[in-house]
Design a protein around this ligand. Structure first.
Ligand code: BEZ
Length: 209
């Protein structure tokens, strides 16, 4: 096999990076990437990442021609055009917009969960804002309730951009909020997640213990 032609800045705890890792596994492209683990928070930028991605966020994917792709949605779109199997992002038609919208809702869950992680872990205790945390948590609850009642059957049909994004979001909730108890409130989603969690791409990309 030829040497990896791309470099991915990532962190094993980042659910946004995990989406990229899952897609790489699902599409058989892991061998094309040199994986570069970095520690990045909003108050601890990484000089090398900032050099390649001015906003300093991960994941960022450096291509062989020195172009750098970010954020995770752009990277997933790029990588989905680099393999010969079935696309994981539908190319056109109503399926494209539906699956991208579901993926966007899952990303909103991720955004809220990561913001709450920063608020409750990084921010000095005396500056924390409970109302902020409550509102992010409500955003997560509303979104999961939507997936439970409106989308779980659709999700079961394909493991694609929507499923990758939601699986990553639920995995992150388990990782950072293990006592949230979402499974009892969203039992259909819990069954769906149990099934997709058995996929090699999910098992091989679990957040650190
Ligand atoms: C985390 O440790 O929770 C985390 C790491 C990187 C990006 C987002 C969250």
């Amino acid at each position: 096999m030829s040497a990896p032609s791309m470099t991915l800045y990532y962190n094993a705890a980042s659910p946004f990076a995990r989406k990229v890792l899952i897609l790489l596994h699902e599409t058989g492209q892991t061998g094309r990437v040199n994986f570069k683990p970095v520690n990045v928070t909003p108050v601890n930028p990484h000089p090398e990442v900032c050099h390649d991605n001015p906003c300093g966020k991960i994941p960022a994917l450096c291509l062989a021609d020195d172009n750098v792709l970010h954020d995770s949605r752009v990277i997933l779109d790029y990588l989905d055009h680099q393999h010969v199997g079935n696309p994981l992002i539908p190319r056109d038609g109503s399926a494209r917009w539906r699956r991208l919208t579901l993926a966007s809702l899952a990303d909103a869950v991720l955004d809220a969960a990561v913001l709450n992680r920063y608020e409750t872990f990084l921010r000095p205790e005396e500056k924390r804002w409970d109302e902020w945390v409550d509102n992010q948590s409500e955003k997560i609850s509303r979104s999961l309730a939507y997936f439970e009642t409106e989308a779980v059957t659709e999700l079961s049909a394909h493991f694609d951009i929507a499923s990758i994004s939601l699986a990553s979001a639920l995995g992150y909730l388990d990782f950072r909020q293990p006592n949230l108890g979402w499974r009892s409130r969203y039992p259909r989603l819990a069954n769906w997640y149990y099934e997709v969690s058995q996929r090699p791409s999910m098992l091989e990309t679990q957040p650190p213990a």
